[in-house]
Design a protein around this ligand. Structure first.
Ligand code: FAD
Length: 460
C-alpha cells in the first residue's frame, strides 16, 4: 500500500472525523492544528486551568500531519541546541537538553496516567556507524553529547553493537537511554481523546485560512480568543502571510511485512531500541510492536513553492531507495516484502532551530520548526506554551520552562522561489555525494562536501 496517510493508520484504522465549526464562536484560547503540539498544549492548559474554554481547529483530522506518520522515535534530540548554546551560552543549552531528557519520561508518565496504550517501550536510541568517516563522526557526536551533561550514554565497538543488532558493516554505535519506541497514531488518537474528555472542544475538517490577533478565520466562521496559538508545523506555508516562515520538508517511510521468528533471531534487536545511522542523509527505524521494521529517510526532500502532499503517496524511486537501505543493513531480509510506504512533512526554519513563542502584545503564539525531532519536543513545547499563556494572563509567573533558550527565538524567513527549491535540492544532492564518497573510503573525516552543504543550508 502506497499512501493512505501511513502504515500506522492502516494498522489502527482511520478515525471518525469530529464535527466542523458551525458558525462564529469565542474561546479563551484557540489552537490551530491538531497534531502533537496543539494537543499537548490543550492538554496542559486544561489541566492547569480547567475553567479555560479551549478550542482546537484542525483542517483534516487530529493526527493527519507528521504526528500520524512519524517513525515513533520518542527521544531527547532537539533541533537547534548547538546554536542556542552559541547564542545563550553553554549552561542555557544544558538546561534545554536536561528538559528534553526529562520529556521522554514525562510522555511515558502521561500516557500511563491517561491509559493511552501506544506500544511505548523505553529501549533507548542506538546510532550506528558503518564507515570510518561515520565512526569518526559518531565518536565526536558522543563526546559532544557528554558535554551537555548526558552522563548515561555509552559507546560500543563492532562486537558490542552486533550483540544488540546485527547490521552489515557496523563498526561501532552509540546508545542513550533517553529514547523510546512508540506507535505514533495510537499516541495522537489517545491524546485527542484525553483532551476532549477534559472538556476541550475539537473541530475537525475546519481549515484556518488566516490568523490575526484574537482571530482564527475559517470558511465556516471566525473563532475569537485572546490567545491564538499556531501549531501547524509543515503546513504553515499555507496560512496567509506565512509562505516563507518554515520550509516544508518531506520525509518518507516504509514498513516491511511482519518478520518471522527466524529472521528476528538472525537480526537480534531484542532491546527494541530505536535505530539510526550517522550518514549525512540519515535513516531511522524501529521494530514495531507487531514485528515489522518501519524505516525512514529523506525522499524527494522539498516540492517547489512549499507544496505539501495529501495522502502520503511516495515516489517509486524513494520506496526503492529505502528498501535498498533496509537490505543493505540487513542482507538476510533481501526477499522480505515491503508492505507499506508513506511520506509526511516536517517544518524547517531558516536556521534549523525549533522555537516556542508567545507574543505578549498580540496574544499570538506558535511552536514548531522541529525538523525531524518532534515526537518528544512537541510535549516540551506544549508545556511551555501553557506556562507562557498562564504567565501572560496573570495565572502564573515565569517558570523553568519559560526561561529556556528556545523561547521567543526569532529567525529570518526563507528565500523566495526559485532560490528556496534550488537551495534544498543542492543541499541534498551534496549530502548524498558526501555519503557516497565516505562509503567509497575517499573521506575518513567527515566529507568536506557535507560541511559546505551544512553552511549553505544555514545549519551551522
Ligand atoms: C515521515 C516522518 C517521520 C518522522 N519521524 C520522527 C521520529 O521518529 N521522531 C521524532 O522526534 N520526530 C519525527 N518526525 C517529526 C515529528 O513527527 C513532528 O515534528 C511532529 O509530529 C510535529 O507535530 P505538530 O503537531 O507540530 O505538527 P503536525 O503533526 O504536522 O500537525 C499539524 C496539524 O495542523 C493541521 N493544520 C495545518 N494547517 C492547518 C490550518 N490552516 N488549519 C487547521 N489545521 C491545520 C494539520 O492538518 C495537522 O494535523 C517525523 C516526521 C515525518 C513526516
Amino acid at each position: 500500500m502506497n499512501g493512505g496517510i501511513s502504515y500506522w493508520y492502516a494498522d489502527d484504522g482511520l478515525p471518525a472525523v469530529r464535527e466542523p465549526l458551525a458558525s462564529d464562536a469565542s474561546a479563551d484560547v484557540v489552537i490551530v492544528g491538531g497534531g502533537y503540539t496543539g494537543l499537548w498544549t490543550a492538554y496542559y492548559l486544561k489541566k492547569a486551568a480547567p475553567f479555560l474554554r479551549i478550542t482546537v481547529l484542525e483542517r483534516k483530522f487530529c493526527g493527519f500531519g507528521a504526528s500520524g506518520r512519524n517513525g515513533g522515535w520518542l527521544y531527547n534530540g532537539i533541533a537547534g541546541r548547538d546554536r542556542y548554546a552559541k547564542l545563550h551560552g553553554h549552561e542555557a543549552a544544558v538546561r534545554l537538553q536536561r528538559a528534553m531528557n526529562g520529556t521522554v519520561g514525562e510522555v511515558a508518565r502521561v500516557v500511563a496516567e491517561e491509559g493511552v496504550d501506544c506500544d511505548l517501550h523505553q529501549g533507548g536510541v542506538l546510532e550506528v556507524a558503518r564507515t570510518p568517516a561515520q565512526l569518526a563522526r559518531l565518536r565526536a557526536f558522543h563526546e559532544h553529547e557528554l558535554s551537555y551533561g548526558e552522563k548515561d550514554r555509552e559507546l560500543y565497538g563492532a562486537r558490542e553493537t552486533a550483540e544488540r543488532i546485527r547490521i552489515a558493516d557496523a563498526v561501532g554505535s552509540a546508545w542513550t537511554p533517553h529514547g523510546a519506541r512508540l506507535h505514533p497514531v495510537k499516541l495522537v488518537k489517545g491524546l485527542a481523546a484525553a483532551v476532549e474528555a477534559l472538556g476541550v472542544t475539537i473541530h475537525e475538517s475546519t481549515p484556518v485560512t488566516e490568523i490575526r490577533p484574537r482571530h482564527a478565520v475559517t470558511p465556516y466562521g471566525t473563532v475569537r480568543a485572546p490567545y491564538v496559538l499556531r501549531c501547524t508545523e509543515g503546513f504553515t506555508a499555507d496560512l496567509k502571510g506565512q509562505r516563507r516562515t518554515w520550509l516544508p520538508m518531506n520525509s518518507s517511510m516504509i514498513a516491511t511485512e511482519p518478520l518471522t521468528d527466524a529472521q528476528w533471531a538472525a537480526i537480534g534487536w531484542d532491546g527494541l531500541e530505536t535505530l539510526g545511522d550517522m550518514a549525512h542523509v540519515y535513516m531511522y527505524a524501529q521494530r514495531t510492536a507487531d514485528g515489522r521494521i518501519a524505516l525512514g529517510g529523506r525522499g524527494v526532500p522539498y516540492r517547489f513553492g512549499s507544496r505539501t502532499d495529501s495522502d502520503g503517496r511516495t515516489q517509486g524511486a524513494t520506496v526503492e531507495a529505502l528498501r535498498r537501505i533496509l537490505t543493505d543493513f540487513f542482507p538476510a531480509l533481501a526477499g522480505v516484502r515491503v508492505e507499506y510506504a508513506w511520506s509526511g512533512v516536517l517544518g524547517v526554519p531558516r536556521d534549523w532551530c525549533a522555537t516556542v513563542t508567545l507574543d505578549r502584545s498580540t496574544g499570538l503564539g506558535w511552536a514548531g520548526g522541529y525538523v525531524g525531532s518532534g515526537v518528544a519536543t512537541t510535549n516540551l513545547a506544549g508545556r511551555t506554551l501553557c506556562d507562557l499563556v498562564q504567565q501572560d494572563s496573570g495565572q502564573g509567573g515565569p517558570t523553568e520552562l519559560t526561561g529556556l533558550p528556545w523561547v521567543g527565538h526569532k529567525v529570518r524567513r526563507w528565500e523566495p522561489e526559485p532560490l528556496r527549491w534550488l537551495g534544498v535540492q543542492g543541499m541534498y544532492a551534496t549530502y548524498r555525494a558526501a555519503d557516497r564518497r565516505e562509503g567509497a573510503g575517499f573521506d575518513v573525516r567527515s566529507s568536506r562536501l557535507a560541511r559546505v552543504a551544512d553552511r549553505v543550508a544555514g545549519r551551522h
